[in-house]
Design a protein around this ligand. Structure first.
Ligand code: C5P
Length: 292
């Protein structure tokens, strides 16, 4: 039996813009993505067997087996590597909120691709793991390596950027969850007026200018969303009152992130926000994971 622990980090969209429609109904995005230290913990076991895949989590409402993105990732990996004589068992301890805009399911799937690749002697380079990831979900290619990335296309065209400067991050999720597909459908029906200053953000990242980065965090879905919008705006306001240098929603929401000068600042704000929202987590940015 072979066993490996993999951490699956949450992702933020420092900026998120929709540029248009792609063939197949997907949307062309332009997003600066950032991984943070809040993570799920996966225990991946492989044993001699006949290709069975089991997935369990510590959250009863999440699907197991190949209905879970982690199980789909394992199946795809085994098939692509031509492995037929192994059983895979995955257990996920969830810390990343579900349906939150933090890429938790995508990150779990990416962690399975990374973990199995390491356990089976690294048959695939990063690019192949990313291509496999793209078959599972739009955020999975990014989550394979994470770090600070400019993502385009459906999310699979990626450019690594200079790592984000040290800072504190506070995540706060309202008590409802968002459906990604629904939010994209809503976006089709609306004219979006506010857009992120992506070039300004890229230049601030290149300079290591935390203030410049914080001034430019922006997500078009804040304008698109209907249900819960007021709550998201209230969280942002409280983040700023508590000293955030910047705050925005991540992905299709509803989690709001605030950026602070240091982790202590994020933790102080956490104490205040927790009086109103239970689901808060202070964390820090993560650099990319090195593969091969
Ligand atoms: O790729 P993923 O399965 O995570 O996407 C979930 C849904 O989000 C898709 O079914 C699609 O409706 C929408 N989506 C999109 N354009 C993207 C990413 C996601 O329209 N670039």
């Amino acid at each position: 039996m072979n066993e490996r622990i993999e951490k699956a980090y949450a992702k933020l969209n420092l900026s998120l813009d929709i540029l248009g429609l792609l063939p197949g109904g997907y949307h062309e995005l332009c997003s600066v993505m950032q991984s943070v230290s809040l993570c799920d913990r996966l225990t991946i076991r492989s044993d001699k067997g006949s290709g069975s895949i089991s997935v369990s989590t510590d959250k009863a409402y999440l699907p197991g087996g190949e209905k879970n993105l982690a199980g789909r990732a394992a199946r795809l990996f085994l098939r692509h590597a031509g492995i037929t004589d192994a059983d895979i068992d995955i257990h996920i301890e969830k810390s990343i909120p579900v349906g939150a805009g933090l890429g938790g399911g995508s990150s779990d799937a990416a962690a399975v691709l990374r973990g199995l690749n390491a356990m089976f002697g690294a048959p695939f380079p990063l690019s192949v793991l990313e291509q496999l990831g793209a078959q599972i979900g739009s955020d999975v290619p990014y989550c394979v390596q994470g770090g600070t990335v400019l993502a385009g296309g459906r999310g699979e065209i990626m450019q690594q950027l200079r790592p984000m400067p040290h800072c504190g991050v506070l995540l706060c999720k309202p008590a409802f969850s968002a459906s990604t597909a629904e939010l994209f459908a809503l976006a089709d029906k609306r004219t979006i007026s506010g857009r992120p200053d992506t070039n300004g953000l890229l230049s601030a990242i290149e300079k290591g200018d935390l203030t410049g980065i914080c001034q430019r965090v922006f997500n078009v879905f804040e304008e698109v969303m209907v249900r819960g919008r007021d709550e998201v705006l209230r969280i942002k306001e409280l983040m700023y009152d508590c000293g955030a240098l910047g705050a925005s929603m991540s992905g299709t929401g509803p989690t709001v992130f605030g950026l602070f000068g240091d982790i202590e600042g994020a933790e102080r704000a956490e104490t205040e926000l927790k009086k109103h929202w239970a689901d808060c987590a202070a964390c820090v940015p993560m650099e990319k994971i090195c593969i091969n």
